[in-house]
Design a protein around this ligand. Structure first.
Ligand SMILES: C/C=C(/N=C/c1c(COP(=O)(O)O)cnc(C)c1O)C(=O)O
Length: 393
């Protein structure tokens, strides 16, 4: 029988149940270290002459099961689980870049990704430029001899703009540059950048992969040989590893990823269809909007349009904060991809670390709010927004 569908591979496991009392669920190895049969086995394991677990910062069976599954789901060679999405971002970029290098970034990125780039620019002389990656000529103009990486989020947090992966990857391959795609907003269920030729995929697994708002985690998927280098240097020595219980929770969350993403997409479309005609909304940014400037690219590049809607409210920051404060079902909180609908104000929250001049370039205004549509009844989500509009305007 051939390779099963993704929906099936999300659920089924890789471990040999016969070695684990027939356990259906993957066992949880909540341990920091592993006992050797004798001193010689310890020597053999550390030297690499014998495979096996040593210490959970170097590998853990529960974490390995998650990594195998994520590599499979993203159609990649190998995956590494990290303590957070930012640990995955920094782990991969530290591996790929050295002093004097340059990296091109999609015009919008998560605020702390921007903060990380500012830090390595100042401390380690790794330069970066943000750019709107929608013009082949512009990208080629911005590439320098020292450019080593094109880093993109698509959709971009929080503006929901898209980057044409096939176009960016084509240029990168011609120029001998690596492409890293942060696939957090889609999960492998809606988009698989490695199948388009990207070199690395990154996830804040905190979001849709977990789906239950109870784990902070990151994942990187990439070429096996380089991932081993990252595992045994960048991650081992910086130490941003994921704990076994968090890996176990992610394995549990992945089982329902397909069902949850379908529901997030359905619910977001339901909300959009009502929100788009609301007089208190100045602009709305949702890939599933037929009037969205990149709607055709969204249809081509994504399986469905996701669970996130960003929109600008009439009246600026004060009105946006009043609106958020009137919500009862939707929770005012950062993060996304949870069962609960969440709303946040990027300019003063997730992207507050980005200087205002850069935020403006990214299209992040004080009127912008980002809604992560959850798994509740979409009717209740919309009614909550409607009553908040009535009280705010
Ligand atoms: C509060 C956090 C939000 N985001 C995070 C995030 C990270 C970083 O992921 P950890 O938070 O380190 O797991 C990486 N990549 C993307 C596209 C992200 O949105 C947020 O936007 O609401």
């Amino acid at each position: 029988m051939g390779k099963k569908e993704l929906e099936t591979r999300l659920i089924h496991s890789y471990f040999d149940r016969k070695q684990h009392y027939g356990s259906l669920a993957h066992p949880l190895y909540q341990t920091s270290t592993f006992v050797f049969d004798d001193a010689q086995q310890g020597e053999a394991r550390f030297s690499g002459n014998e495979s096996g677990y040593i210490y959970s910062r170097l590998g853990n069976p529960t974490v390995s099961e998650l990594e195998k599954k994520m590599a499979d789901l993203e159609e990649g060679e190998e995956a590494i689980a990290f303590a957070s999405g930012m640990a995955a971002v920094s782990g991969v970029l530290i591996h790929l870049l050295k002093a004097g290098d340059h990296i091109l970034i999609s015009e919008g990125v998560y605020g702390c990704t921007f903060g990380f780039l500012e830090m390595v620019k100042e401390k380690f002389n790794i330069d970066f430029d943000l750019m709107e990656m929608n013009s082949e000529n512009m990208i080629r103009t911005m590439i320098r001899p020292e450019t080593k990486v094109l880093y993109v989020e698509t959709p971009i947090n929080p503006t929901m703009k898209l980057v044409d992966l096939e176009m960016v990857i084509k240029i990168a391959k011609e120029e001998g540059i690596r492409v890293v795609v942060d696939n957090t907003f889609c999960s492998p269920y809606l988009q698989q950048p490695l199948t388009l030729g990207a070199d690395y995929v990154i996830h804040s697994a905190t979001k849709y992969i977990s789906g239950h708002g109870d784990v902070i985690a990151g994942i990187a998927v990439g070429p096996a040989e380089e991932m081993e280098t990252i595992r045994m240097t960048t991650q081992k020595d910086i130490g941003g590893v994921l704990g076994p219980f968090d890996a176990w929770l992610l394995l549990r969350g992945l089982k329902t990823l397909a069902l949850r993403m379908d529901r997030h997409c359905y619910n977001a479309r339901y909300v959009f269809d009502l929100l788009k005609d609301n007089p208190n909304v100045k602009n709305i940014f949702y890939p599933g909007d037929p009037n969205f400037s990149q709607h055709e690219l969204a249809k081509r590049q994504m399986k469905d349009f996701g669970g996130l809607i960003s929109f600008e409210l009439q009246g600026g920051k004060e009105a946006a904060q009043r609106f958020m404060n009137e919500l009862k079902v939707i929770q005012v909180a950062v993060s996304l991809g949870d069962a609960e609908s969440l709303i946040q104000h990027p300019a003063t929250m997730t992207h507050s670390v980005v200087p205002e001049v850069e935020r403006k370039k990214m299209g992040i205004t004080n009127s912008l709010v980002r809604l992560s549509v959850g798994l509740e009844s979409p009717k209740d989500v919309w009614n909550d927004m409607k009553q908040a509009f009535d009280k705010t305007y």
